[in-house]
Design a protein around this ligand. Structure first.
Ligand code: AMP
Ligand code: FE
Ligand code: FE
Ligand code: ZN
Length: 292
């Protein structure tokens, strides 16, 4: 059984529609796929229809932008009730923050000599709910200023570069609680993927587990083999669920093909069981795994 628990569609910064993403997952030989767009469940409905058609098991999720101190942490939330009001409010605030910084980024790029308009960004962003740096990157590519998203980030959009502007992210502890109260489960995405392992070391992960965290994404392209070994050892010590995923973005991220990392069936089953338990505790109508 091949299981990929982290993918993006055009509902955030992937380049495939949710339907195209699920079809591609089936073509890639995946049995189970999670759709985890940034800060939105907007792609779920279309993904559900296509999953039923192509016979892929669909896990409905999202990748939430959170903060631990001043460090950005991406939190994967699986199977929460998307209508749980505190979750809806948090996501709206995050999406607002992302949208409201767009003009400021464009202003800075202008100061750096590159004129990009909001219309340019919306033209390449298509139907996304979460317009952000990846779409500005696409606009820079469309204008011939850079050759791909990666170059746009390294030249302009990463912290310390001329077009970087911070944005709101929800406190990590609060989001873990919110997703749990919504009847879902949480897994930290690429915990050591960017920057230092000290922020999310064993002690901190143990603390977050007390808050309600269920697992960590160990097998991810941003983790070297050594990092994966270290994270696996921590997960074993703490009895955290271990996941592996592609973090596929269609053509938006190179070397993140569907199924390039996968999650072991026993770990997936544990995660689903924890979600079922959270849904029962919350009394919310949390979505179940959708059998293909
Ligand atoms: P934003 O939400 O606007 O802050 O943009 C962050 C998103 O940009 C991340 O979630 C990634 O998916 C994407 N991203 C970050 N760095 C890169 C990169 N070097 N190449 C392509 N996409 C990237
Ligand atoms: Fe992304
Ligand atoms: Fe991420
Ligand atoms: Zn992601």
């Amino acid at each position: 059984m091949r299981i990929d628990l982290h993918t993006h569609s055009q509902a955030s910064d992937g380049t495939q529609t949710p339907g195209e993403l699920i079809r591609a997952a089936a073509d890639a030989g995946l049995d189970v796929v999670a759709i985890t767009d940034h800060d939105t469940s907007a792609g779920w409905a279309e993904a559900e229809r296509v999953a039923a058609d192509v016979g892929v098991v669909l896990v409905r999720g999202m990748e939430i932008s959170t903060k631990l101190g001043k460090h950005g942490v991406h939190l994967l939330g699986y199977l929460p009730d998307p209508k749980y009001p505190p979750l809806v409010e948090h996501l709206a605030k995050i999406l607002d923050g992302r949208n409201s910084r767009l003009p400021r980024i464009l202003e800075r790029l202008g100061e750096a000599g590159h004129q990009i308009s909001l219309e340019d960004v919306h033209r390449v962003a298509g139907g996304t709910t979460a317009t952000g740096r990846p779409h500005i990157a696409d606009a820079l590519v469309a204008k011939g200023i850079v050759v791909n998203r990666t170059e746009a980030f390294t030249q302009f959009l990463n912290p310390g570069r001329p077009g970087y502007v911070t944005r709101y992210a929800a406190p990590l502890d609060e989001m873990i609680r919110t997703v749990t109260e919504a009847g879902g489960v949480t897994v930290i995405a690429h915990p050591w993927g960017r920057g230092d392992p000290t922020t999310l070391g064993e002690e901190e992960l143990a603390r977050l587990q007390q808050v309600g965290l269920s697992g960590i994404e160990v097998d991810h392209q941003d983790h070297s083999p050594e990092v994966r070994d270290q994270l696996r050892a921590i997960a074993r010590n703490l009895d955290l669920v271990v996941t592996g995923s592609s973090d596929h973005h269609g053509l938006g991220k190179i070397d993140h093909e569907l199924g390039c990392n996968t999650t072991a069936p026993d770990q997936y089953e544990r995660l689903v069981a924890l979600a079922v338990a959270a849904a029962q505790r919350s009394g919310r109508e949390a979505p179940l795994v959708l059998a293909g």
